[in-house]
Ligand binder design. Structure first.
Ligand SMILES: Nc1ncnc2c1ncn2[C@@H]1O[C@H](COP(=O)(O)OP(=O)(O)OP(=O)(O)O)[C@@H](O)[C@H]1O
Length: 307
């Protein structure tokens, strides 16, 4: 894996208030990096620092092996982005908007405009005025604008926010196309796990300006496939039995009566039997599937997982 964005010990303060704290992050070439965190976690601020729109208080950002300084701008030719909501001229058509953008940035290859519209699925409506566009169409046009120069890196701030289920599905397809066919590296922020769970290769989970975890999706899928959830009366006794009699190693205490067991080599019936023998009342025992949503919520809330 080849790092394409590398962030080291990044900090940002606004008027003495820490917004980003000691963030270390690596986005690898040709991956989709899902940047997950609740509203106000600091995602946009970090994206703006990568794009040199906001200056870090301290720390280092490397993009395509170049250390970003306040005067770096050449690298931006290789980076496309949508930060916050994409804005267009409402009375102009989709194509006219992209034409204007290319003139503005001095990009001469007009042929690529048609191609960008084709890629995002807006070729047929290129002559429609923007005020007739839906939110999903505007988001796709934003992406067309961001990819018209064929950047190596695409930075998208909440591109799925507010879209309907079909719009979300189309967007996911588009991300995969851009990664696979056009070999782009994509950094996407979101506060809704399910929006990017299926397309992300890596996720970085951020809360309160701190990167809590950076992990490959395949690891999460492997780690969190199935678990057994038990509802018991006596948490202390149950934990003792699980550890001493069954050598359970990976478990999580959800609350004062629910435990989740992640060890894959211990069966539901073994657990049930051992708890009953040891006089722990089992109210419920069942197999469940862990999903990223729970993983995310658990991390944000500082869950009590034992390994
Ligand atoms: N220019 C600024 N001056 C002061 N505070 C700021 C500024 N920009 C951002 N902040 C604050 O920094 C924090 C992080 O904001 P940021 O927009 O980076 O979060 P986010 O994770 O992108 O959330 P959202 O999805 O709501 O945009 C917020 O508390 C915000 O109010």
């Amino acid at each position: 894996m080849e790092p394409i964005i590398q962030i080291n010990e990044l900090n940002k303060e606004f008027k003495g208030k820490k917004i980003v704290s000691n963030v270390n992050m690596t986005v690898n070439k040709r991956e989709i990096y899902g940047f997950l965190g609740p509203n106000g976690a600091g995602k946009t601020t970090i994206m703006k620092m990568i794009l040199n729109l906001v200056k870090p208080t301290s720390g280092e950002i490397l993009v395509l092996n170049e250390i970003i300084s306040p005067t770096s701008y050449q690298y931006l030719k290789k980076v496309g982005s949508i930060i916050e909501y994409p804005v267009f001229y409402d009375r102009l058509t989709a194509k006219e908007n992209l034409n204007l953008h290319c003139q503005y940035i001095g990009f001469p290859h007009k042929g690529l405009i048609e191609e960008a519209l084709e890629i995002v699925g807006l070729k047929e409506v290129e002559d429609k005025k923007i005020h007739e566009f839906s939110l999903g169409m505007k988001q796709r046009l934003g992406i067309a604008r961001a990819i018209v120069t064929r950047p190596e890196i695409l930075i998208l701030d909440e591109p799925i926010n507010g879209l309907d289920p079909i719009g979300i599905k189309d967007m996911r397809k588009l991300f995969l196309l851009l990664k696979e066919k056009y070999e782009m590296t994509i950094l996407i922020s979101s506060h809704i796990v399910s929006e990017i769970e299926s397309v992300a290769d890596t996720i970085g989970i951020i809360n309160d300006g701190k990167l809590l975890k950076e992990v490959r999706m395949e690891e999460i899928r492997k780690e969190n496939t199935e678990y057994i959830e038990i509802d018991i009366d006596h948490i202390g006794n149950a934990v003792r039995v699980l550890k001493d009699q069954l050598a359970v190693k990976k478990y999580e205490i959800e609350n004062d009566h629910i435990i989740r067991i992640f060890d894959q080599n211990i069966s539901q019936s073994q657990i049930n039997k051992e708890l009953i023998i040891n006089e722990v009342t089992v109210n419920r025992i069942e197999k469940k599937q862990h999903n990223l949503e729970e993983y995310f919520v658990n991390l944000i809330n500082g869950g009590s997982r034992h390994e």
